[in-house]
Structure formats: structure tokens, C-alpha cells
Design a protein around this ligand. Structure first.
Ligand SMILES: NC(=O)c1ccc[n+]([C@@H]2O[C@H](COP(=O)([O-])OP(=O)(O)OC[C@H]3O[C@@H](n4cnc5c(N)ncnc54)[C@H](O)[C@@H]3O)[C@@H](O)[C@H]2O)c1
Length: 339
């Protein structure tokens, strides 16, 4: 078990949930969080950890070799969550995705080699597979990313693998499906729809609304990563993480509106985004049989708890939605034709 963990991007949605989970579960692990605090990084996500003597926050960019090496010194595991993550933004601004997601991962891998860090976990995504078609994507399925985000993540995923093959770097790669839960920046589907519905604003649904995703509660993801972190002998391996609960965007909108007692008329069908993947769905037999992981959160209950969290934590998202977000939202949705 690692004693000093470097988490990058730990002020974001999944990273912050993971950091809190680890600090609470283990009394003897120190966590260092290196985060640039982009628009998506939010110190409010880690309020509970701030005073924990085993938690250190470092503001910095994973593309900055000096700060990365300084921060990684003495750590025995790096988990790389840091990334630009929103598909829509990657369509209008691919450069920052290529920089952080690919080059930033390269800098971290170099530090892993230079400092001989015993373990490096690359948080990849099921988006790297592109459209699953009729089959579930397996770890050895071809990577056919369809957005600059997915392509950048695929680049980082394979770069990490190449460091294992070429230099023997102790790399493990995980590819998780769509996460939902508390502290998700409200540009992503679930957090956007829930917070819009709470404000009686429309829920913009792209295309037919039939595009499906596999949904996982962020704590089930954290539990899977905890197992990957603690297991021995996984170097060079890839693990899919997902639940098998597939739901279309329109079905998700209906579920949220029903949970909040809001009318279905809040749904607004808008023109599709370019390259929109019809279906992401992963085969998770490997992580289940090799590590004994399985999801523990019931989907309906997990979604109800999530909706409740946003309803009770307006202070968290109202701040975000009143800032830069307003301009982003206008840019993204104002010009779209209603369908
Ligand atoms: N959200 C999902 O459903 C999902 C699914 C599978 C995989 N992932 C992957 O999980 C990771 C975390 O996703 P998330 O949804 O929590 O993202 P997020 O956008 O909420 O958080 C990303 C974090 O990375 C930080 N960051 C960005 N650029 C940085 C840089 N150059 N240097 C240091 N920090 C930087 C941001 O400040 C932010 O705190 C990402 O790698 C993403 O690709 C996400």
C-alpha cells in the first residue's frame, strides 16, 4: 500500500471525491494534490480535507517539469486525474486538451522514470474506444476516439503504455465510463440537468437524445481505483470500469425531472454536436475477476442521492454558474437550432 500519494487534478470532480475517500479510509496515507485550478478545479470540493495534516495542496501545472518533480519527490504512487475533460469544449478549443492531457501526462511519466516512482496510474476513459456499436468495448478493442478530448486521452493512454514497454515504467491504465455524483462541474450532463431543473431552466438535449452511456457513481469509481492502487503486479495492464447500467440522455433527463417533480416540458431538443458518439459501453469482466471489484451503488438510489446533494448545496453550484460559466453557456447553446 502506498504511503505518500501524488494525486494530480484532485480539485476536480472525480479527483476530489477520490482524495476524500482515501483520507477517510486510510489513517496512514498522505495525499499530495497537484492541481492548476483551471475553471473546473474548485477548492470548495476539498473543504473537508483542508485541515487534515495528511493532506497537502500544491497549485501547479502538470506541464511544468520543475514543479512536477518537486511535488513527486518522496511519493510512492502517482494517480493522474488532471485533464481538460469536457468534450464540447474540446471541439472549440482542442489546444489546451492536447497540451494538458498528452504533454502533461508525458511530463508526469518522465518524473516517474527520473524519480523511480513505484507506481503510476493513468486515469483514461471509455471515450478512447469511440462508438461501441453493438458490442461492449473490451480492453483490447481498437481505440477509435471521436472528439479531440477522446483523442487526447487516447494519446496519453498509449503514451503511458509505451513508457511501460519501452522503459519498464510501472504504469497501470484505467478506462472508466460516465461518472455521476456530488461536486461535478455543472457543464456535464447530470450536474447541468439537475441544476438547470432546480432553477426551472431548460434541459438542452442534443440530437435524438437516444445516445447512451454507461453510468457509474463516482464512489464506485474511487473504490475501483483504490483496488488498482493496492494490487501488486498490474504493470502494463488496462482495466475497464463500468456498471452495465446504460441510459439514453433523454431517459436521464426524464429521471431527473421526475425526481425533482418538474415538468417534462423543460426538455428542449437541440441540434446534435459534431462527432457525437451514439453508444459508450464497456465490458468489465477483467476488473471483476482479477480484482474482485463490483459496483456497490444502486443506480436509482445513487441518482436520487445525487439530485438531493445538488438541491441541498446550492451554495456550491450557484457560485460557479454566476461566473465565467454564463458566457460559456451562452456560447455553447445560444446558437443551436431547436429540433
Ligand atoms: N467525468 C467522467 O465521467 C470521467 C469518466 C472517465 C474518465 N474521466 C477522467 O477522469 C479524470 C478526472 O475527470 P473529472 O471529471 O474529475 O474532471 P474535472 O474537469 O472535474 O477536473 C479536472 C481537474 O484537473 C485540473 N487540471 C486541468 N488541467 C491541469 C493541469 N494542466 N495541471 C494540473 N491540473 C490540471 C483541473 O483544475 C481540475 O481540478 C480525467 O482525466 C478524465 O479524463 C472522467
Amino acid at each position: 500500500m502506498p504511503k505518500r500519494l501524488l494525486v494530480t487534478g484532485g480539485a476536480g470532480f472525480i479527483g476530489s471525491n477520490f482524495v476524500k475517500y482515501i483520507l477517510e479510509k486510510y489513517g496512514d496515507i498522505e495525499v499530495v494534490n497537484l492541481d492548476k485550478l483551471t475553471y473546473a478545479g474548485n477548492p470548495d470540493n476539498l473543504k473537508e480535507a483542508e485541515d487534515n495534516p495528511r493532506y497537502t495542496f500544491v497549485k501547479g501545472d502538470i506541464c511544468d517539469r520543475e514543479i512536477v518533480e518537486k511535488t513527486a519527490e518522496g511519493c510512492d504512487c502517482i494517480i493522474n486525474f488532471a485533464a481538460e475533460t469536457h468534450v464540447d469544449r474540446s471541439i472549440s478549443d482542442p489546444a489546451s486538451f492536447i497540451m494538458t492531457d498528452v504533454y502533461g501526462t508525458y511530463v508526469l511519466l518522465e518524473a516517474t522514470r527520473a524519480l523511480e516512482i513505484p507506481k503510476f496510474i493513468q486515469i483514461s476513459t471509455d471515450e478512447v474506444y469511440g462508438d461501441a456499436g453493438e458490442e461492449l468495448s473490451r480492453e483490447d478493442s481498437p481505440l477509435m476516439p471521436q472528439s479531440p478530448y477522446a483523442a487526447s486521452k487516447a494519446g496519453a493512454d498509449r503514451l503511458a503504455y509505451s513508457y511501460y514497454v519501452t522503459y519498464g515504467a510501472p504504469v497501470v491504465i484505467t478506462r472508466c465510463s460516465n461518472n455521476y455524483g456530488p461536486n461535478q462541474y455543472p457543464e456535464k450532463l447530470v450536474s447541468l440537468f439537475v441544476t438547470n431543473a432546480l432553477d426551472d431552466q431548460v434541459l438542452p438535449v442534443y440530437g435524438t437524445g437516444k445516445n447512451t452511456r454507461d453510468w457509474i457513481h463516482v464512489l464506485d469509481h474511487a473504490r475501483a481505483l483504490d483496488m488498482v492502487m493496492n494490487a501488486e503486479g498490474l504493470e502494463g495492464e488496462v482495466f475497464n470500469i463500468g456498471t452495465g447500467t446504460e441510459l439514453g440522455v433523454l431517459e436521464m433527463a426524464d429521471l431527473i425531472l421526475e425526481a425533482l417533480g418538474k415538468p417534462k416540458s423543460l426538455v428542449e431538443m437541440v441540434e446534435d454536436r459534431p462527432g457525437h458518439v451514439r453508444r459508450h459501453a464497456v465490458n468489465t469482466e477483467k476488473i471483476r475477476s482479477r480484482l474482485g471489484w463490483k459496483p456497490e451503488v444502486d443506480f436509482k438510489q445513487g441518482m436520487l442521492n445525487t439530485v438531493e446533494w445538488y438541491a441541498h448545496n446550492r451554495w456550491w453550484w450557484e457560485k460557479i454558474k454566476s461566473g465565467e460559466f454564463k458566457e460559456y453557456y451562452r456560447r455553447m447553446y445560444a446558437g443551436l437550432q431547436k429540433q
